[in-house]
Design a protein around this ligand. Structure first.
Ligand code: GYE
Length: 334
């Protein structure tokens, strides 16, 4: 099972690497004033990519919070490729940063590079997404959401959406999955299926399911294909808002009304998702908060100082139905 299920409090034996300070620490402009003359903490951060509105908000939050904390941030965008993340992490190891944080694009395949970090005593903090590893000591903590719970919440809110729309008879669901092998794709599908298996074995069915890679273009293209192969779908469950927004374009192009002919539930709660919801095109959104920067910086400092941190620091989030969209829109921060 995914190691993120482990709630153990980990005592962090860190005290990273005084001897590593020899490396060049060029300031990339994102460090702030820091605490009076003492050397700024150097954080290497490997981001997944820039695939979605969620990701842009997350990147902005990380950069702003690092600056606010006075850290020197070395940031790289992996363009959704694991090999790019691995080389970014390797380069942070070579540079001898104080702490490495990253949001793993997929769950598997990290042990080798994480062992290299451990050998150099550089602590690793996961943010947003989890990894599967046989060695729990390879990372200190995960700062991020409970995606399985988000999937369950999507299932539960779909019950409300169906009741509200008065949809009777067989519920034929199209699922747009996130990036194949990514924690949020695996776990959101799992949580949603749990609700389906427990309470809707007879009346709900996922008739078609495929990845749209968390992007608008992916959502649009895959939904167009779904509508060809399964023109009778009446519900779309999209693992993020961007894919739902892409799918809406294909639904409209097929002469159908999103939010009416096809009921839509998605996850994230980015501004454009709320706009689509206030226009009646998305029926409900399960929030997944990307503003992890401040929490991450706090944890990074503790880890650097060798203080204990929880094994999984969860994000708090809510659910929104369509009738709340217009009122909530001006207050959305991302
Ligand atoms: O839901 C999606 C993004 O990992 C929680 O990644 C994140 C997901 C988010 O691309 O929009």
């Amino acid at each position: 099972m995914l190691s993120r299920r482990n709630f153990l409090t980990a005592a962090v034996g860190v005290a990273a690497a005084t001897g590593l300070a020899a490396c060049a620490k060029e300031d990339d402009g994102s460090s702030g004033s820091g605490s009076g003359g003492s050397k700024a903490l150097v954080l290497g951060f490997s981001q997944v990519g820039s695939e979605s509105g969620w990701r842009s908000a997350n990147t902005d939050s990380v950069k702003a919070a690092a600056k606010e904390a006075g850290y020197t941030l070395k940031f790289s965008d992996a363009q959704q490729k694991q090999e790019n993340q691995i080389s970014a992490i390797r380069s942070y190891i070579t540079q001898g940063v104080d702490v490495i944080a990253f949001s793993p694009v997929v769950v598997t395949g990290w042990d080798a590079v994480l062992k290299e970090a451990k050998a150099k005593k550089i602590p690793v903090v996961l943010t947003d997404r989890s990894v599967e590893t046989s060695d729990e000591s390879l990372y200190v903590t995960l700062v991020g959401s409970d995606f399985t719970e988000e999937g369950r919440r999507a299932g539960k809110i779909l019950e409300k959406v169906i009741a509200k729309a008065g949809l009777k008879g067989q519920v034929k669901i199209a699922q747009l999955e996130g990036t194949t092998g990514a924690a949020p794709a695996i776990e959101r599908a799992k949580g949603f299926k749990e609700v389906m298996d427990a309470d809707h074995a007879d009346d709900w069915k996922i008739v078609v399911s495929q990845t749209g890679d968390f992007t608008r273009a992916g959502g649009k293209q895959v939904m167009a294909a779904f509508l060809q192969s399964n023109p009778d779908v009446n519900v779309l469950f999209a693992h993020n808002d961007d894919m739902a927004i892409g799918a809406i374009q294909s639904i409209e192009a097929a002469g159908k009304k999103p939010g009416k002919d096809i009921l839509i539930v998605s996850i994230d709660g980015v501004k454009d998702g709320f706009v689509a919801m206030s226009e009646g095109k998305i029926n409900a959104i399960v929030e997944c908060n990307p503003l992890l920067g401040p929490q991450l910086m706090e944890v990074v400092q503790k880890v650097k100082d060798g203080k204990p941190v929880e094994r999984w620091i969860k994000t708090k989030e809510g659910d929104f139905m369509q009738d709340q969209a217009a009122a909530a829109l001006p207050t959305r921060k991302y």
